[in-house]
Ligand binder design. Structure first.
Ligand SMILES: Cc1ncc(COP(=O)(O)O)c(C=O)c1O
Length: 386
């Protein structure tokens, strides 16, 4: 067995370990519901189908979605974002995004722009990730059909004012796509009251499901072309992809076992309450910030102490390379963090760290104060060596 980290602070990439009910649910699904959902009338296939619907209902409860059929399962956030972007934009559209976006938003947008399909404006936030709503408004044009916004930055932990952004998008006749990779399970999300038209989320981060799970919510009023077409187990006599949801967006055999784990993860989150999870992670992030700020030569990124943020704390050292610090944390102390560009060079450019990258620690459901203390002690030891 490979040596496991003693302290895992990379929950923003993938949460680990998972609460016990998650792997119990996956084992049960594999043992008892292992058939292909929606592709047969026999009992086990029907059980697998019910399992998918129960998971959809759990997600609908978490995000206040009135009808779960408007949620499609995906492999991850990236796939959900690609489905939303490629399925919605049309020739001549203008898209507004922010300088906090992840490559899973930026790369599809850049490709569509390069092909001459769309034009894109990235609204620059300030160094700590705060968006100036006036600048967002100024970026809107008569051709803007889509605004895309990362709910919480995977570099800075900063939080976007989603309702205000939705209000501006809608006033200009555009739709809002929210990248919930770093907020689903950590921040309250209510698609109706926040005005979210499409929501892309991972199953494998704070929703505590396994890798290979994610979801896309599409408002029932929207017409989004399916990115992937094929067998759905329904309307098989027709040559075209069906219009009924969720089948329209779920061609091919789904990850039923993974979705069973995701359902258990979402139920765990619902049981704990998003507010309590946020409060715990916020308190841990404040502890990391307080302690790291006493180490000379470090610059902490993102919102100031005392401000809202998710459980991500990134820093740069004025003398040491970020990758070297992360490597030593792993090798000498058994502490897993993530260094480099975190797939978001735009955010690094905004934070002024594009040349050097940053060290990112991200806490999760099982992180303790003692682990945080150990982490900071290790950073101090590395950064104050002669
Ligand atoms: C803000 C943000 N968007 C998108 C993604 C991509 O998520 P996934 O790995 O689920 O595709 C990530 C991953 O870390 C992220 O942090």
């Amino acid at each position: 067995m490979p040596q496991l980290p003693t302290i895992y602070l990379d929950h923003a990439a993938t949460s680990w370990p998972k609460p016990e009910p998650v792997w119990e649910a996956m084992k049960k699904a594999l043992d008892e519901e292992g058939a292909n959902p929606g592709r047969g009338g026999h009992r086990m296939a029907r059980e697998a189908g019910k399992r998918l619907m129960r998971a959809r209902m759990a997600l609908a409860e978490l995000f206040h979605i009135s009808n779960p059929i408007h949620i499609a399962f995906t492999m991850n956030t990236t796939m959900a974002l690609n489905m939303a972007i490629y399925g919605f934009v049309k020739q001549g559209d203008h898209v507004v995004a922010t300088s906090m976006e992840h490559n899973s938003v930026r790369r599809p947008l850049e490709q569509l722009q390069q092909r001459g399909v769309i034009s894109v404006t990235y609204v620059e936030t300030d160094r700590d990730g705060t968006l100036n709503l006036k600048q967002l408004e100024q970026a809107m044009t008569v051709r803007t059909r889509l605004v895309i916004c990362n709910h919480s930055s995977n570099l800075l932990g900063s939080i976007m004012p989603i309702s205000d952004i939705a209000e501006i998008a809608h006033r200009h006749g555009a739709k809002l796509l929210v990248d919930g990779a770093q907020s689903a399970g950590l921040l309250p999300i209510d698609v109706k009251s926040h005005g979210i038209d499409m929501l892309a989320v991972p199953g494998h981060k704070a929703l505590l499901g396994p890798q290979g799970t994610g979801a896309l919510y599409i408002d029932p009023s929207m017409d989004v072309e399916p990115l992937i077409q094929g067998g759905t187990g329904s309307h098989s006599e027709e040559a075209q992809q069906p219009h009924t949801r969720p089948d329209r967006y779920e061609a091919g055999t789904p990850n039923t076992i993974g979705v069973a784990g995701l359902e258990a993860g979402v139920r765990w989150v619902l049981n704990e309450s998003v507010q309590n999870i946020y409060t715990k992670e916020w308190e841990l992030s404040q502890l990391i910030m307080e302690q790291l700020s006493s180490i000379s030569g470090l610059r902490l990124l993102g919102p100031q102490l005392g401000q809202p943020r998710t459980g991500i704390v990134s820093f740069v050292s004025d003398s040491l390379d970020s990758a070297a610090i992360a490597h030593q944390l792993d090798r000498e102390f058994g502490i897993a963090v993530r260094a480099g560009y975190h797939c978001t060079p735009l955010a690094h450019q905004t934070a002024g760290t594009l040349g050097q990258g940053a060290v990112r620690a991200s806490v999760g459901w099982n992180t303790t104060e003692q682990q945080v203390d150990e982490y900071v002690k290790a950073v101090r030891a590395i950064c104050t060596r002669d």
